[in-house]
Design a protein around this ligand. Structure first.
Ligand code: MN
Length: 261
């Protein structure tokens, strides 16, 4: 039976009725970075250090070593990233079955275009569930806001003013509810973090990090191409580094979705 399922999946991938959507932003020295205010420390972005490039140091090979923060670009937040989850899983402890699962997409791009401080509420998630069924057990809630359009431009992506960054996200009650009253594995967003730009003012501060990671769930950030996914029915595959003690990792995120054929 399982062999039949895999065989038909292979046929669907080959035939084009299922296709692979890359939910990952390109990772480069220009990838936008979270910017915390004073007195907090900030993450470095990507730097590449050449080891050899078809030269005396290695005539037939080119390679580099990387310097990069754990939380840069499209990346995975593990529970031990936040103080509420500090005794929870590190990246290496995340079981592989939790890295593959169903994904639903709530599209609030129209709302976020009108209001960059737009926040998803519990009532709106329940409206989505009334139309599409319950949030998937062992799966992902992906919030589409259209913010991926700014992913190559640090200033537009952070959208900061003298009142701090202004980017969409979730209100505190929605964060608590998703963490404690749903069976999802995690939440994915297009913005620089799972919390809204103004979430440092919320009670508690950074409620998505506080509640989600504190309850052993995960975050995925800076996602791309959510517009190519259906509201329900996609399968998400997230592959962070199996970094021992790691709190986060740049991650290749893929989805299996219905194709055009
Ligand atoms: Mn992070």
């Amino acid at each position: 039976m399982a062999a039949d399922t895999l065989s038909s999946l292979i046929g669907a991938l080959t035939g084009g009725s299922v296709h692979i959507v890359d939910l990952t932003q390109p990772l480069s020295e220009q990838t936008p970075l979270l910017q915390l205010p004073e007195p907090f420390a900030n993450t470095p972005g990507l730097r590449r250090h050449e080891i050899s490039n078809f030269d005396d140091r290695g005539p037939a090979w080119s390679w580099s070593w990387l310097e990069i923060g754990e939380h840069v670009g499209t990346h995975f937040d593990a529970p031990n990233h936040w103080i509420t989850g500090r005794d929870g899983e590190d990246l290496a402890a995340v079981p592989p079955h939790r890295l593959v699962g169903p994904a639903v997409v709530i599209d609030k791009s129209a709302e976020a275009t009108k209001n960059p401080d737009y926040l998803l509420t519990v009532d709106e998630v329940k409206e989505f569930e009334a139309e599409h069924g319950p949030l998937p057990e062992g799966g992902w809630l992906l919030l589409r806001t259209g913010w991926d359009a700014y992913a190559a431009d640090q200033a537009a992506f952070l959208n900061a003013s003298e009142t701090g960054p202004h980017t969409p996200g979730f209100d505190a009650e929605c964060a608590r509810w998703l963490a404690h009253e749903t069976a999802i594995t995690g939440v994915g967003v297009e913005t620089v973090g799972t919390d809204a730009g103004q979430a440092y003012r919320f009670e508690p501060a950074f409620p998505m990090h506080n509640f989600l990671l504190g309850s052993g769930k995960y975050g995925l950030t800076q996602l791309a191409n959510l517009a190519a996914l259906p509201a329900t029915g996609a399968v998400l595959i997230a592959a962070p580094l199996k970094l021992v003690g790691g709190t986060g990792s740049p991650t290749r995120v893929l989805a299996l979705a219905p194709g055009t054929e």
